[in-house]
Design a protein around this ligand. Sequence first.
Ligand code: COI
Length: 355
Amino acid sequence: SSKVTARYYTAQAAFYSDDESADIDWDNLGFHLMQTDFMYVTKSSEDGTFRQGQLNRYGNIQLSPSAGVLNYGQGLFEGIKAYRREDGRIFLFRPHQNAIRMQFGAERMCMASPTTDQFVDAVKQTALANKRWIPPPGKGSLYIRPLLIGSGPILGLAPAPEYTFLVYACPVGNYFKQGTAPLNLYVEEDVHRASRGGAGGVKSITNYAPVLKAMKNAKEKGYSDVLYLDAVNKKYIEEVSSCNIFLVKGNVVSTPIAKGTILEGVTRKSIMEIALDLGYKVEERSIEADELITADEVFCTGTAVGVAPVGSITYKGQRIEYKISSDLTCKQFYSRLVGIQRGVIADERDWIVEI
Ligand code: COI
């Protein structure tokens, strides 16, 4: 019916009928790459605006060996989920927030960026073109990954002369291998994720490879993930490799304040609003790792991760355990979030975008 839908049909009709479902095991999705049918691609023009993009079959892309992204890490990514409801309708969660965050990141990394409309349109087209990969309700979601990369060739250190905006998608379930079991976090004291004035506050690809080693070491020791400390004082908690963190103490919900070293997650922001709605006091502030021991509850948030309760945190050799029960505060927050996404709780803030 919409223009987007019409365009999607011309691209997709040759391959799949509208109601054909992908032949995969929807009960055991996890968070693993699976090739889907189409990806959206567009490139910047000389004036820094992006051309009208198109859906191509999912596949490898060609890049110059001297592309800015390959040599100097000029790249940003995003993560957005599309959900299927019982009645078959498809919804995105707050895609405009991701569009704005990409523009903010592009400004920091000296890159051209798509407009909000171009971004959201590309995400919609990608979701619709890969509709048969959107899991049935309750089984997971379609994780949509927009990428903005310096694709133009450059030798000396400078912004790339051309940018590629690409969107692909993959069906996903639980992010962590252990499913929905509480996370066991390890507080890393030597490796830092970000520093003031750096790029920790934007979703730069350069924020992620530097944590792999600490993450791998922690996983080898049986931890789910790593919690990083601030690089200056080495005592304030910042974030986990792939998600934000919250503490609950009584009716106060706290999360580390974002001063350029923390990625301002869309789920983080949404959970803060939900907590306020449910009568909690919400604070963004500096939180010392020493405070972890006094929390009633700790949980992580992220698009990929969702809302994940933390069962233990190991800091300076001491393992802090948190009580896990069915009436955890974070579970209340998560059911409200999921309720809004599934359409059973009123979406008063227009977080949900039907496609
Ligand atoms: C997301 O939650 O969408 C992310 O981008 C985190 C990523 C490391 C999987």
